[in-house]
Design a protein around this ligand. Structure first.
Ligand code: 13P
Length: 287
């Protein structure tokens, strides 16, 4: 059964570790992430961007697939199915479809509008027992065609949004989706510490988990980050493993395109990536 991310994140915040959000793109990725979470006895959050939602044939298809897998694979660790960077309308659609958690990304609106829309969603999610992530200060880089400038969040604005009754808060602290450029200035721990100081027990979310050095991840967790999002790293791992398989000519063995064979190396690569992250984030054996 899917669960809200509230309990797993409050536990992570209190226990000073982070739960990984791994974005899903198809059946193979979803299965690989769920199996790894079970093997690691770790809670997990499956992230779905609006673009991935369309690709996977809509939110109700995804809810059906994930619930089916939890059942068929005997998954007993806590699993939240979460909309990533949702629009206001997208969040409502996911709630109707049966997601257990949504992110409303109102960071591109003026703060008053972000607050008003977030507040409406807090009321809906509270009633249904779902978790809600809000965002202040955009996260840099490009994700699903949405390009953010990546400014650091204003800690006072973070406090205003945290006080609305959300479950978790994503705040820009110099993090970027996708690969980090060579001249990246690193995370702004000064901003993170100021946000943590004002928001207290609120679980903080670090987007753009791909390519952040391990020492920065650990420091971010020590300063209140309790959820870390990873997408690109799984894509890169899948790509590399699939390329090696094809370059070795192995795809030519057999009768033709066989997803069970061609996608198997990529699936193993995703499993290894997810396991490595769960170990780094400290969520192993925290189910
Ligand atoms: P990366 O693609 O950089 O890992 O970021 C993922 C993310 O933050 C999803 O919201």
């Amino acid at each position: 059964m899917l669960v809200s991310a509230k309990e797993m994140l409050n536990k992570a915040k209190a226990g000073k570790y982070a739960v990984g959000q791994f974005n899903i793109n198809n059946l193979e990725w979803t299965k690989a992430i769920l199996q790894t979470a079970q093997e690691c006895n770790s809670p997990v959050i499956l992230g779905v961007s609006e673009g991935a939602g369309k690709y996977m044939c809509g939110y109700t298809t995804i809810v059906g697939m994930v619930n089916g897998m939890i059942n068929e694979l005997g998954i007993t660790v806590p699993v939240a199915l979460h909309l990533d960077h949702g629009s206001y309308e997208g969040a409502k659609k996911c709630i109707e479809a049966g997601f257990s958690s949504v992110m409303f990304d109102g960071s591109h609106y003026p703060i008053e509008e972000n607050i008003a829309k977030t507040k409406e969603l807090v009321a809906i999610c509270d009633e249904l027992g779902l978790s809600l992530e809000a965002e202040v200060g955009s996260i840099g880089g490009e994700e699903d065609g949405v390009v953010g400038a990546g400014e650091c969040a204003d800690p006072e604005e973070c406090k205003m949004v945290a006080d609305l009754g959300i479950t978790m808060l994503a705040a820009g602290i110099g993090n970027i989706h996708g690969k980090y450029p060579a001249n990246w200035a690193g995370l702004s721990f000064e901003t993170l510490a100021a946000i943590q100081e004002l928001t207290g027990t609120m679980p903080l979310v670090l987007h753009g988990g791909t390519g952040i050095p391990a020492d920065m991840i650990k420091k971010a967790i020590s300063l209140g980050v309790s959820k870390i999002n990873v997408n690109t790293e799984c894509q890169l791992a899948f790509q590399e493993a699939t390329r090696a398989y094809i370059e070795a000519g192995k795809d030519k063995e057999g009768k033709g395109f066989d997803p069970r064979k061609l996608l198997a190396p990529g699936v193993e690569a995703i499993k290894a990536t997810v396991k490595e992250k769960m170990e780094l984030f400290g969520s192993v054996n925290k189910a």
